[in-house]
Ligand binder design. Sequence first.
Ligand code: RUB
Length: 317
Amino acid sequence: MQTALRLVEETASKIRRMEIRGATAILRASLEAIREFAQRASDEELRAEFSRAIELLLNARPTEPAVRNALLYITYVFREHKENVSEAREAVIGASQRFLQMLDDALSKVVEYGWRRIPNGGVIMTHCHSKTVVNILIRAHREGKRFVVITSETRPLYQGRRTARELAEAGIKVYHIVDAAMRWAARRFKPDLALIGADAITSTGVVINKIGSKLLALVAREFDFPLYVATTLLKLDLRTVAGEYVPIEMRSPSEVWPDAPPNVEVLNPAFETVSPEFIDGIICEAGVIPPHDVLRVFKELYPEIWNVSSTSHHASL
Ligand code: RUB
C-alpha cells in the first residue's frame, strides 16, 4: 500500500517535471496533496512526516510564493494543535480547504475585473501560459467582446502553444509568433494592451513571470501600449518584506539544447522581473490597483496569512 507521503512525493515530482505547471495549478495541486496527506496518514505518519511533506512541496519549484504562503499557514495551524493528533489532522484538512476556497474566490474576482479591461475590437499580446489570463480572455469573448490575441511560443517549453490552443478552441482569433518576433508583431499589429500572469510579486510591486515578460514590457513601452498583470495577491512573496529576494529558478540546460557541444554553457532561467514602472496595473481580487499598493491591499484582504508570515519572519530574525 502507498504511504501518504508517497502521494505527496508524486505531486512534488510532477511539479518538478512541469507536468503540473503555472502558479495557480501548482498552488492547487500542493494544497490538494497536503489535504490528502492529512486525510490518509496514520497518526504516527502525520506526526513524523508532516514537515517532510511540506518541505517536498516547498522545494518543488523555488519561484512559487503562493505555495509558500499556503504551506506556512498550514504548518502554523498544525503546530497549534500538535499535542492532539486528531485535532491537528482536522485543522490541516480545514485550512487546506479554506485556502482552496480563497483561491477560487480570488480567481473569480480577478476574472470579473479583468474581462472589462479587454477592449472590444482590440489587439492583445500575452506571453507564456497563464490560466488567469486565459480565463479573462475567454470570459471577455463570452461577454461578446471581439478581439485578436498575439501569443509568443515561450521557448524552451512552448507554453505559448497551450495558450494559443485554448483561446482558439474558445473561438478567439490568435496570431502565434516566436518570442524574438514580439517587437515585429507590435509594429505590425499596433496592440491595445499586453496582459501577462505572475508567479510572484514582491512587496514593492515587482512582478516575476516567465522569461520574456520583460521583453514584452519593453516592447509595450516602445510602442506605447499598457501592460497589465492579472494575478491573485496570494502570490505576494512575504519574504521580500523582510529584505529577501525572490529566488529565480534556473532550469536544466537540456530543455534548451540537449546535445550542446562541449564548452558551450547553456543557461536556462525560468523567470525574470518586471519592475513597477513598466506595469500599468495589477488586476487582482481587489480590482485594478497600482503595483506599489500590493502589500497594503494584501494585509487588508489576508490578515491571517500576513500575521502568520510576519510572526515566522520575526522568529527567524
Ligand atoms: C508559468 C507562468 C505563468 C504564471 C501565472 O510559468 O509564468 O504566467 O505561472 O500563471 P511555468 P497562472 O510554465 O514555468 O510554470 O495565472 O496560471 O497562475
